[in-house]
Design a protein around this ligand. Structure first.
Ligand SMILES: [Fe+2]
Length: 164
């Protein structure tokens, strides 16, 4: 999580797990978003430091947590948050299940993307030469920008319903 005093990232990343520890759905989603945004920030820092200032330990650290963390967060969102959203909508006139289908599809895409990013970060972390820094940067930015858009969409369209 962000260090409020310094504005820098706490390199220990306070774990969001277990996510489903009795928090109300909106609080759970905000917590999941906070963790994912910290991941995005860490990935952006790696991308910004390509190719010469790479912290290989940081690449390994992110590689080790990224895919399982994203998988668990998505599972939690779908189990606790999307069901709460659907329950609220079912009781109202503006049912929009298409939104949930779209978000679930994006979860699957993000998961596949996370696996690719993990592989790349593992290679860098293990000392592999970065032959094409532009391609690596493009991949990292594609991943975290997609995740940020997904989060922004959930904030705009899911949280207001949960906060009702
Ligand atoms: Fe999501």
């Amino acid at each position: 999580m962000r260090n409020v005093a310094t504005g820098s990232m706490d390199t220990s990343f306070s774990s969001p797990f277990p996510l489903d520890n009795g928090l109300p759905p909106a609080a759970l989603l905000r917590r999941a978003h906070g963790f994912k945004l910290d991941l995005c920030h860490a990935l952006e820092r790696i991308a910004d430091n390509l190719p010469d200032n790479i912290d290989r330990m940081e690449c390994l650290r992110i590689a080790n947590m990224l895919a399982p963390a994203i998988r668990r967060i998505h599972a939690c969102e779908e189990k606790h948050i999307f069901t709460a959203y659907a329950a609220v909508l079912a009781a109202s006139a503006d049912a929009d299940m298409e939104t949930l289908r779209r978000l679930k599809a994006e979860h699957v895409e993000d998961q596949c993307f996370a696996d690719e990013v993990t592989e790349t970060l593992l290679g860098i972390g293990h000392g592999q030469a970065i032959d094409n820094a532009e391609a690596v940067g493009f991949m990292l930015r594609g991943f975290f920008e997609t995740m940020r858009r997904h989060i922004a969409f959930e904030r705009a369209h899911i949280l207001p319903i949960l906060d009702r």
